[in-house]
Design a protein. Sequence first.
Length: 195
Amino acid sequence: MKGIILDLDGTIVDAPYDWALIRAKLGVEGESILAYLEGLEEPEKSGKWEELKAIEARATERARLKPGMKRWLKSLSRQGIKTALVSNNTLENVDFLRRKFDLAFDVVLTREAGLWKPSGAPFLEAMRRLGLEKEDCIVVGDSHYDAKAAADAGIGKIFLLKREKNEFFGDGVEVCASVEELKRRVERLIEASSS
């Protein structure tokens, strides 16, 4: 294992998003919010994108780093494990949180790249930029979008940070209740791959 592709909101930070309410407010049904907004006609399209950006900016300002996350990311860097941050959020919000919490990644991809989850395209691009193959990487996220994107990109090892472990996300997906549990599981993978 040489690389980890990480999600941001809900994974590295906890931010106060009520996705059901946001979807209802924007009129989204079924598909992803970003795909829905992208398919709208003007001027509705621009108006709803701005509405989403305002919601995200408010949540970003109130985001808190998950306990133990910064220490774990620094440990991965010391071990030579490459990290890619792949977020459906904006570059502005991602950069704000990177500065606020002093976080460093080898690659950062946001929705401005035109690639977003649940498609595997942003993960494939992250691997290309890291110079790694799917067999070299794992994905760490918090939602079914992360699991779907990883499966679409052919990445077989997926960890989801969720307090509730009662949901089934598919083969290859392990649910961890805390950063500490996630760290222990990933460390075992790193040790196994280096022996």
